[in-house]
Write a protein that binds this ligand. Structure first.
Ligand SMILES: [Zn+2]
Length: 326
């Protein structure tokens, strides 16, 4: 049976979540099999969990199609679903502003919280002109205590766009699944090894594409691609900051337009899930064409209908980069 009356004031005050009973809800399909129910945030967590867990997991992203991940807050219904799940996987480092507070709220529930990138050293953003403001819309982390907001500096949370760091994320998922279902260790390990090999191959393709490109500069709407700078030698200039809500000042905008003209930038790289009026303005100002990168934060309905997975989207990204670097 579904848990009964819930008193919830999460995200407004120090929150209280009272359960009438603690029985686990039946999983989505209503069947009484023993699949693990797992909720995730950004799409690669969902995809990697499906790839490692196979038929033994029921995985669902809490983001609605095309959601803006940096500012997303879960509804009461979503929080109830997470409370009744076996695990909740998120990136950590403040990428999901609500997550640490929710972990505290649900600490007496059986659901396991895993910050899958929690142990990864994040890149510092090279975009100091926007980075300073990045934390503005983020809530504090639990370890910082107290209420209010914090600035978690200019760390880049978009780690899943790096195939090699993604292997570390996948290891975390593998280990959690083994903990939850130790009898399936062999299968989870085998599936993980397949995933790891694909991530390594993707890394090689990306490496070769950028190496053989005549240019290295890209102009993007949202500064999500710092890991490609570090690993592949791309140079990203962005219109908005690490979070798409960090808009540039007039002065920064003028400098960016000047830079784009001097570097003969022919493409502005947008993202379909994020409106980018300022980037459109820059595009028209410099007479560039629009191309689209996928940040993989959330999938659109179209992505889901076409059954695109992490590798399809990343391969499309590599093709887009190839075109932008011509
Ligand atoms: Zn982002």
């Amino acid at each position: 049976m579904r848990a009964a009356p819930i008193l919830l004031s999460l995200l407004l005050t120090a929150s209280a979540l009272l359960y009438g009973c603690q029985s686990k809800p039946e999983n989505e399909t209503g069947t009484s099999n023993d699949r693990l129910t797992i909720y995730t945030t950004v799409y690669p967590l969902e995809d990697f969990t499906k790839k490692i867990g196979g038929d033994l997991v029921e995985v669902k992203s809490i983001y609605p199609p095309g959601a803006e991940a940096h500012t997303f807050e879960p509804t009461t219904k979503t929080i109830e679903q997470i409370a009744g799940a076996d695990a909740f996987l998120y990136i950590g480092h403040g990428m999901e502003p609500f997550a640490e507070k929710l972990k505290e709220t649900l600490k007496n529930e059986p659901v396991r919280f895993l910050a899958a990138a929690g142990g990864i050293d994040l890149l510092e953003s090279s975009h100091e002109e926007h980075g300073e403001e990045h934390g503005e819309e983020h809530e504090h982390n639990a370890e910082e205590g107290g209420g209010g907001e914090h600035n978690h500096g200019d760390k880049d949370p978009h780690v899943w766009l790096d195939p090699i760091r993604s292997i570390t994320i996948a290891e975390q998922i593998r280990d959690l699944l083994i903990e939850l279902k130790p009898e399936q260790k062999e299968m989870f390990t085998k599936n993980f090894n397949t995933l790891k090999a694909k991530l390594e191959a993707l890394d090689q393709t990306f490496q070769q594409t950028v190496q053989s490109a005549p240019k290295k500069d890209i102009l993007v709407a949202h500064a999500a691609y710092g890991y490609w700078e570090e690993r592949y030698g791309l140079r990203q200039r962005s219109v908005s900051g690490l979070s798409p809500t960090n808009e540039p000042s007039q002065k920064e905008l003028a400098a960016l337009i000047d830079w784009a003209k001097r570097h003969h930038i022919r493409y502005v790289l947008f993202e379909r899930n994020i409106p980018a009026k300022t980037a459109e303005m820059v595009q028209h100002e410099i007479g560039a064409k629009a191309l689209y990168l996928h940040n993989l934060e959330t999938l659109t309905d179209e992505d889901r209908n076409q059954h695109r997975d992490y590798f399809d989207l990343m391969e499309e990204n590599i093709e887009t980069i190839q075109q932008a670097l011509r």
